[in-house]
Design a protein around this ligand. Structure first.
Ligand SMILES: O=P(O)(O)O[C@H]1O[C@H](CO)[C@@H](O)[C@H]1O
Ligand SMILES: O=c1cc[nH]c(=O)[nH]1
Length: 253
C-alpha cells in the first residue's frame, strides 16, 4: 500500500472504500471486527488503527481516531484523500440530561463547537450539524434494534479537568444539550467543508449526575450496560450504512 499513502492513517486509495466507522479508542476497532466478514487488518500507526471488512456485502473501513479533535481532523483530511465519502463516528460520551441513561445511544443532530480544531478552519458562526440523510437511516436502525436512543445537540470539548467543569456542564445542560464528547463537532464541520457525509452515534458511559472517572473506568473494565450500548451502537451504524447504501444505489442496477 504505497500509492498516495497518507502520513498518519497510513492508508492509500487502494483501500477503495466509501464508508468508514470512526471509534476514538483503537480497542473498539477490534470489537467491531466481531460484526464483520472477511476482516483484514490494515494499519496501526499512532492512534490510527484500521481494519477493513464486509457487513451484509458492503465494504466498510473501521479507523480509530484517538482522543480529541486535532487527531479527528487529521483522520478526516486523510480519509478524504484516499476516497472515503461517508463517515460515522461510533464514540463514547457523557450524559447531560437525567433521561439519557448509561448505555443509551445519542444520535447527534448537531454539536456545540467547544473545541479549537474546527475554529482553525472556519468562524464559530458556521454550524456543526450531521448529514440529514444519514441521521434518518441511523434513527430507523436504532428503532429496529429497539434500543433506547435520543436525538439532539451534544457538546464537543477539549478538556476534562479544568477548574470550571461543573459550571460548564450545568450551563449546557440547562440549555438542552444532551451529551458531550470531544470529536463530533469537528467531524461535522470539517467533513462538511470537505464534501463528506458525516454522522455521530454516541454510547453513554458517564451518567448525568457526574462520576466521570468512575463511569469511564467501568467502561474500560467492560461494564455490561455500557458494553451492551457499544454493541448496539456498532449494529446501528452498520445497519444504517446498509440501508443508506441500498437507497443510494436503488435503480442503478
Ligand atoms: O470513546 P471515544 O470514542 O474515544 O470518545 C470519548 O472518549 C474519549 C475521552 O475519554 C474522547 O475521545 C471522547 O470523545
Ligand atoms: O463529558 C464527557 C464524558 C465522557 N466523554 C467525554 O468526552 N466527555
Amino acid at each position: 500500500m504505497t500509492l498516495d499513502r497518507q502520513p498518519h492513517i497510513q492508508l492509500s486509495s487502494e483501500v477503495d472504500v466509501d464508508y468508514a466507522l470512526l471509534p476514538g479508542d483503537p480497542k473498539r476497532v477490534d470489537r467491531v471486527k466481531n460484526f464483520l466478514n472477511d476482516v483484514q487488518e490494515i494499519t496501526y500507526n499512532r492512534e490510527y488503527k484500521s481494519v477493513i471488512g464486509y457487513y451484509k456485502g458492503i465494504k466498510v473501513l473501521i479507523l480509530s481516531t484517538g482522543i480529541g479533535s486535532p487527531s479527528m481532523g487529521i483522520a478526516i483530511e486523510e480519509l478524504k484523500r484516499v476516497g472515503v465519502k461517508c463517515l460515522i463516528r461510533i464514540g463514547s460520551s457523557g450524559s447531560l440530561q437525567p433521561e439519557v441513561k448509561l448505555g443509551d445511544l445519542i444520535i447527534a443532530t448537531g454539536a456545540v463547537r467547544n473545541e479549537g480544531t474546527s475554529d482553525s478552519y472556519i468562524e464559530k458562526g458556521y454550524p456543526a450539524f450531521a448529514d440529514i440523510e444519514l441521521v434518518h437511516h441511523i434513527k430507523h436502525a436504532a428503532e429496529r434494534e429497539k434500543h433506547p436512543h435520543h436525538m439532539g445537540v451534544i457538546r464537543s470539548h477539549d478538556s476534562f479537568y479544568t477548574d470550571k467543569e461543573e459550571e460548564i456542564y450545568e450551563y449546557w445542560s440547562k440549555r438542552g444539550v444532551i451529551g458531550s464528547d470531544m470529536e463530533t463537532s469537528s467531524l461535522f464541520v470539517i467533513g462538511r467543508l470537505r464534501g463528506m457525509q458525516t454522522a455521530s452515534i454516541l454510547n453513554v458511559v458517564v451518567p448525568c449526575a457526574g462520576g466521570l472517572e468512575a463511569g469511564i473506568n467501568q467502561f474500560v473494565d467492560g461494564d455490561s450496560i455500557t458494553f451492551e450500548g457499544e454493541k448496539k451502537q456498532i449494529i446501528v451504524a452498520l445497519e444504517a450504512i446498509v440501508s443508506f447504501h441500498k437507497n443510494k444505489t436503488k435503480g442503478e442496477a
